[in-house]
Design a protein around this ligand. Sequence first.
Ligand SMILES: Nc1ncnc2c1ncn2[C@@H]1O[C@H](COP(=O)(O)OP(=O)(O)OP(=O)(O)O)[C@@H](O)[C@H]1O
Length: 308
Amino acid sequence: MKSITVNNLIKTYGKEKVLAVDDVSFDVDHGEIFGLIGPDGSGKTSIFRMLTTLLLPDSGSARIEEFDMVKDYKKIRHILGYMPGKFSLYQDLTVEENLQFFASVFNTTIEENYDLIKDIYIQIEPFKTRKAGQLSGGMKQKLALCCALIHKPKVLFLDEPTTGVDPVSRKEFWVMLKRLKKQGITMVVATPYMDEASLCDRIALMQNGKILSIETPENISNSYPDLLFEVKAGRTSQVLKALENFDQKKNVYAFGEFVHLSVDKNINFNIHSIEEFLKNNGFENIEVKAVKANTEDSFIQLLSHENN
Ligand SMILES: Nc1ncnc2c1ncn2[C@@H]1O[C@H](COP(=O)(O)OP(=O)(O)OP(=O)(O)O)[C@@H](O)[C@H]1O
């Protein structure tokens, strides 16, 4: 049996029937970290709200462990933890009071389940008398995770858990998630960060309420269908503008300090033609290298394919 099974979920909003989730199906194994990746408005939060029993679907079904999302919603609430994107904490309560509150909602105590949160809680324990509203972003996030874990859930939903958090805290957060995975907890994580996507076991790439692909990060990169080049020649914005007019380009976009340029694999293509083109357009110190696509490149490719 899978930990989560989702079948043909559809969700619309309002009289206009805005289609937020469009026939979405996927399943998640026990102890898997499953990523939902997509731009704002692609439907991630709506899926989370349905699976955490806070919102009814128009149609479709889902099971969390052995329970039906609609019929068994009360049982599901006992076995899932939810860390919503916007803060779930009571800003005027202290760190310890927040944790006690969440424990009492589930008829448990901090002591009873301390083992599961220990590694995370010791990092914020020195501030246990501080109000949650006065914590840094990284500490708030650790407290929110402790609160979501305090009743020992089997399944954990994390909606953009690292948005607005500094890079060091983001890294630490993923170390914590990997530890929870070792304890057998199933996790579904929505994130807009592509480097985090590659830390998931499998990822679903989403756009306009639909899942475009579900794959391991490695397979997503390996199945990239085009040739990909990394280009540098001075100011990225100028290189980008020039390469927009490169005849053989499929996609061209900024990628950190580089420009990434993709070209159809099936045409007879010589890498030197990129350098020549840039030289003819007045660029100097040109560096061009063939590179392997990562998750972000694959996502851009899938999106452009969908939009054409
Ligand atoms: N309560 C609502 N009423 C009307 N439309 C809504 C409502 N909630 C979401 N939507 C719309 O449904 C679509 C999907 O939104 P959703 O919040 O699920 O996406 P998301 O991927 O989580 O994006 P974000 O990260 O911005 O929350 C969007 O077009 C959004 O405007």
